[in-house]
Design a protein around this ligand. Structure first.
Ligand SMILES: [Zn+2]
Length: 618
């Protein structure tokens, strides 16, 4: 179950691909359409992959424009790979116990990154200081970058890839190259928003354009963020592949001599599945899930704005690289959470869950671009809510697990996790959480809470909230309060119960029908969370009443002295409130003596007979 819980926390990513060792130049077809976004931090990178030393070395030119109204006196870089230099010294390793997503760090194959030279465009060398746990570095500038000015930096760097750990690294001849180059933080509110690499934390960056040229052996197939711009044979056993992307917040790539690719056109979008031969049986499943995600998320939220989407498979032994999102690229992979070899596609839909989840991130992580480090619930929560919705819509009732006596949907798994720790606030920085409450706070509770919000305001209005939010904040890094403002405006409701109670708060709720008397029904709220709901009352003559209750009082009694005897009452009969801690006490029958029971049932039988026969008889 622990492994299942870990997998349930899995992620999604897309990757663009290229043809294999072509000896001639090879240019992307048609003129791609990119989102119209003013770049802030753009990277022009030329590197070489050494498959023996597992090193990626080269040069980057950073073009950074100060779009704020304050002068910027220095630059701060993320050096994420320095989290993996050994198993104890980094914040990441101390927080994680050198475990990530169920996999152990192998100290025999560490990672790291070194900036060997940094200078301005005019050749002025900068002094670089490693700070915090050396997953950050800072350099003072001789002159501040004034508002509106552009800074050009020339950076030489060497990255060593670890054996696959925490999403990045190598396994034999497979390379997943993520968080691998010196990358600027985000200048906000007069300072650099850049934290050391924490174990729960994902990422935050400015939008920019990327041109990345990678030299590697000519038998390797690559996939990456962006579009393949060219492939050049170097006539020395190597090739140089060049990718281009616009309006993205990151760039990742993968390479293996074993990669194959399958493509599908989804409403004009080129979808590429890069897979390993041993997973060829997943081609249709991965592409079907991708098509469902692109089509439905596009309809629910707004169109995917990039010209390509790549889904990348990973080797079984490197599944720590699977389940991750990058711009225009997601990693998936098939895992068997039973550990028994039972879930290889016969019953489970783990591949679909992971693929759909990671593609969901394209809308929220890649385009809207939340600060994943400071507000992880927004990105993971909204993405996983999207995943649950789509799994419920597209796949069977037990789409996650069907092993005879054990059946479970992805939604049921998420609710089960929520019920284990319902008082976990959703809001918090990634490192405010431990491993298990991060899963609940960033994934399970947001899923259950957002579905509850949908139950309260209705599906149509919920999708209007989400599509308005997506449209309004594409490429703008919104916060929880931006989501609150949009949700309250579009729903037309005060949503304190959702934001103060569930997002920021620890409030919980159990609604129950506490008594059913002949002419009175009493309902009870336990816990301080207050959500409007309904009470359905059934009377002896078969008639029903549906009462609205705002839940504000801890207890409320409905009086039916002018109606037939009450038979039954149920609060939240459609289970719209998934945050309700216990559904078994939602409904209650009136206790009655045997004569009352017979009288009511005779009356009901009489009504059924009349209904069947009709007024005029047969
Ligand atoms: Zn995710």
């Amino acid at each position: 179950m622990r492994r299942l819980a870990i997998l349930v926390l899995a992620l999604i990513v897309f990757l663009p691909a290229r043809a294999s060792s072509a000896a001639t130049d090879n240019t992307a077809q048609l003129v791609p359409i990119w989102p119209d976004v003013t770049p802030i931090a753009s990277y022009d990178i030329q590197v070489a992959l050494d498959i023996d030393t597992k090193m990626v070395s080269g040069h980057e030119t950073i073009t950074y424009t100060n779009s704020t109204d304050t002068p910027i006196p220095d630059v701060v870089f993320h050096l994420y790979l320095n989290a993996f230099r050994d198993s104890t010294s980094s914040i990441f390793m101390q927080e994680s116990g050198s475990l990530s997503r169920g996999y152990s760090f192998d100290p025999d194959y560490p990672g790291g990154i070194e900036i060997t030279d940094i200078r301005l465009a005019d050749g002025t060398t900068l002094e670089l200081d490693l700070i915090e746990d050396e997953t950050l570095a800072k350099a003072e500038l001789p002159e501040p970058v004034a508002p509106g000015e552009t800074l050009n930096l020339e950076v030489e760097f060497q990255s060593t890839l670890p054996k696959v750990f925490a999403r990045t690294g190598f396994y034999k001849d497979f390379f997943m190259v993520g968080q691998w180059f010196p990358k600027l933080g985000v200048w906000q509110d007069g300072g650099w928003n850049a934290y050391p690499f924490h174990s729960n934390s994902e990422f935050f960056a400015d939008f920019g354009n990327y041109d990345v040229a990678i030299t590697l052996p000519d038998n390797y197939v690559t996939g990456a963020t962006g579009l393949l711009a060219s492939t050049k044979a170097n006539n020395d056993g190597t090739q140089t592949v060049s990718y281009h992307a616009e309006a993205v917040i990151d760039f990742a790539w993968a390479a293996s001599p074993n990669f194959k690719q399958a493509t599908r056109d989804v409403g004009g979008l080129e979808v590429v599945y890069i897979y390993l031969p041993e997973h060829a049986f997943t081609i249709d499943r991965a592409l079907d899930a991708t098509e469902a995600a692109v089509t439905n998320f596009g309809a629910w939220y707004g169109a995917y704005p990039y010209p390509r989407l790549t889904v990348l498979d990973v080797p079984d032994e490197a599944s720590g690289a699977g389940g991750m999102e990058y711009p225009m690229l997601v990693t998936a992979g098939l895992e068997d959470p039973t550990g028994l070899g039972l879930m290889k596609g016969q019953y489970d839909h783990m591949l679909e869950i992971v693929t759909i989840h990671e593609i969901g991130h394209e809308w929220w992580y890649a385009v809207v671009a939340f600060n994943e480090a400071e507000e992880p619930w927004l990105d993971e929560g909204i993405t996983d809510y999207s995943t649950v919705r789509l799994m419920e819509k597209e796949y069977g009732p037990h789409e996650m697990l069907d092993m005879g006596s054990i059946k479970m949907s992805y939604l049921e798994a998420r609710r089960m996790e929520y019920l284990m720790m319902p008082e976990t606030p959703m809001y918090g920085k990634a490192w405010d959480f431990g491993t298990s409450d991060y899963g609940v706070g960033a994934y399970s509770k947001p899923v259950i809470s957002l579905l509850t919000l949908e139950g309260v305001i209705g599906e149509e209005r919920m999708l209007k909230v989400m599509s308005t939010f997506f449209e309004r904040y594409r490429f703008k890094h919104p916060t929880t309060e931006d989501f609150r403002a949009t949700a309250e405006e579009v729903s037309g409701q005060n949503l304190d119960w959702f934001f103060d109670g569930l997002v920021y708060g620890k409030e919980i709720l159990n609604y129950s029908v506490s008594s059913v008397e002949e002419h009175r029904v009493t309902v009870t709220r336990q816990g301080s969370l207050i959500i409007p709901t309904e009470v359905q009352v059934t009377f002896a003559d078969g008639s029903e009443a549906l009462e609205a209750w705002d839940g504000s009082e801890a207890q409320k009694t409905f009086d039916y002295s002018d109606r037939p005897a009450v038979v039954r009452a149920e609060i939240d009969p459609d289970h719209k409130l998934l945050v309700d801690l216990q559904w078994s006490d939602n409904g209650l029958l009136r206790r009655m003596d045997v004569w009352s029971w017979l009288a009511i049932n005779c009356q009901i039988l009489y009504q059924i007979q009349n209904m069947l026969l009709g007024e005029g008889g047969l």
